[in-house]
Design a protein around this ligand. Structure first.
Ligand SMILES: Nc1ncnc2c1ncn2[C@@H]1O[C@H](COP(=O)(O)OP(=O)(O)O)[C@@H](O)[C@H]1O
Ligand SMILES: [Mg+2]
Length: 479
């Protein structure tokens, strides 16, 4: 890897797209360089580095490395204070309590400053933190996912494709909690990082990305104090508060967290022990947030989840949800993500769009294209197994189906034209594909959600939410 004008030395951190190296300029000034891993980077990777440069320049914080330059061929050049990656510090095992007690409050302070500037980092992990023990400086970098929006909705993409590091990702950032992502996602990720500093391992670990997602959403990690590593009880409680599944259960500001951590550090220095106190005594919300809860939908959620459970026993099920736009159909249906993750099912959706009214089965095809794309993100052995089953099920009709689901050729390879169908008719194709590809693979259930409320040209007849009529449909199959 080469950048004209710089000498690159050792590597500090890397993720799937970028590497961070230590280096120096031609006049021997030490710098950090963040570079795309690919030798011929996609323009989007370079644009993302440029955005990161702009964000970091605007920050001007001690807890964030100051940018020195942006090289247009794709290099973000940052100041180097001689720090090492926190990942390297943690490699031999948990951090010493003394180190924890100066690193943790500094991290909380930097997050507090970022949140005060209305910036959410969204990727806090040991790979994105630098520590310099001599001057006791801590820096947060890796702003490639940082957001200026107060709230964002994360789609429930396949876990392999979720932006960020899965081991430190908040439940809402997995896109399956039916909740928006706000600044409190950083407090969860910081909780996972502090957990690892105390215990030597992240709260959840699995080689299966979907299992990791499920753990963040629903499993309870053992408290650090329970792991028998001499962790003071109150630090353990602070970390577990940060790891709360719902943002409301966490600290509501990094300042409240910092106050508690500094109190622990003071007591530890003075007495060599930390007395218990209730965490969050000085915690004041950073911003006004309305609790995200579906009010008055308990009965509908129950019906939905019961239908889901029934469908999982092997019988296909169809559930219709009707109502005017904005009444909460999508919000209700999104509740099904939680059990789907537990059972390693898949969720696909399609919408009868106003501009697609001339395409037969447009929403169904959209859902099936999404399904193939999800499959393509899986591991090669799983893809190979499904490829075999699909090829068998589709037989000579594969090219007819591929004409309306082009992604299928990525899965099955180029298909010879079907003998009796010179010009594929979308209607025939979608009938074939709905028969052939809905059977689930690997014992997974598939849930499809077709929405047509606003665009189907049919007026909902009833206002009532629970009494179903036809404008919106949801169907589920399982095998
Ligand atoms: N029961 C509810 N409690 C709280 N907020 C709700 C409820 N139902 C809907 N909302 C909110 O109303 C907005 C519109 O809901 P949405 O599900 O998109 O409606 P639809 O899909 O029917 O058009 C969303 O912001 C959602 O959070
Ligand atoms: Mg909707």
């Amino acid at each position: 890897m080469e950048v004209p004008g710089y000498r690159i030395r050792d590597e500090l951190a890397r993720d799937t797209h970028y590497v961070v190296c230590r280096g120096e300029t031609h006049d021997a000034v030490p710098v950090l360089l963040k570079l795309p891993l690919s030798p011929s980077p996609h323009p989007a990777a370079i644009a993302s580095l440029r955005r990161e440069h702009e964000l970091m320049t605007a920050l001007d914080l001690d807890g964030v490395p100051r940018p020195r330059a942006f090289e247009p061929q794709g290099a973000l050049v940052l100041e180097d204070i001689g720090a090492t990656s926190l990942r390297a510090v943690l490699r031999p095992g948990p951090a010493a309590l003394d180190d924890f007690l100066w690193i943790a409050p500094e991290l909380a302070r930097t997050l507090g400053e970022l949140h005060r500037r209305r910036l959410i980092h969204k990727n806090v992990s040991p790979e994105s933190v630098l520590v310099e023990p001599k001057s006791r400086r801590v820096q947060v970098f890796d702003f490639s996912l940082a957001s200026r929006l107060p709230q964002e909705t994360q789609a429930a993409s396949p876990p392999q494709l979720l932006p960020g590091r899965l081991g430190y990702m908040s439940p809402e950032q997995t896109g399956r909690m039916n909740r928006v992502v706000d600044y409190r996602t950083d407090l969860y990720s910081l909780g996972a990082l502090l957990y690892e500093m105390l215990t030597g391992r992240p709260p959840y670990h699995s080689d299966d990305p979907l299992e990791l997602v499920h753990a963040h959403m629903a499993k309870a990690a053992p408290a650090p104090a329970e792991l028998g590593s001499g962790v003071p009880e109150v630090l353990s409680e602070i970390v577990m508060k940060l790891l709360s599944k719902t943002p409301e259960g966490r600290y509501q500001s990094a300042w409240g967290l910092r106050a508690d951590l500094e109190r622990c550090a003071r007591e530890w220095t003075a007495k060599g022990a930390i007395a218990r106190f209730p965490p969050g005594e000085q915690d004041v919300p950073e911003a006004f947030t309305i609790p995200q809860h579906l009010y008055g939908r308990e009965a509908e959620i129950r019906v939905l989840l019961e239908a889901f459970e029934r469908a999982c026993t092997g019988r296909a099920a169809l559930l219709l949800v009707a109502g005017y736009s904005g009444i909460g159909k999508t919000s209700l249906v999104n509740e099904v993500h939680k059990p789907i993750v537990r059972l390693k099912g898949r969720f696909v959706s399609g919408k009868f769009d106003q501009l697609e009214r001339s395409t037969p089965y447009a929403a169904l095809l959209q859902a099936l294209r999404g399904l193939v794309r999800q499959v393509l993100a899986e591991s090669e052995p799983r893809i190979a197994a499904l490829r075999e089953r699909l090829a068998l099920a589709l037989g000579p009709n594969a090219s007819v189906v591929a004409a309306v689901i082009p992604e299928l050729e990525l899965l099955l390879g180029p298909q010879p034209p079907a003998p009796s169908c010179p010009r594929p008719k979308p209607r025939t194709a979608s009938t074939t594909c709905s028969r052939a590809s809905f059977p689930s693979s690997h014992g997974r259930s598939i849930h499809s959600w077709c929405s047509s409320t606003t665009c189907s040209g049919r007026t909902p007849r009833r206002r009532s939410f629970s009494r179903a009529c036809s404008p919106t449909q949801r169907c589920a199959t399982s095998s």
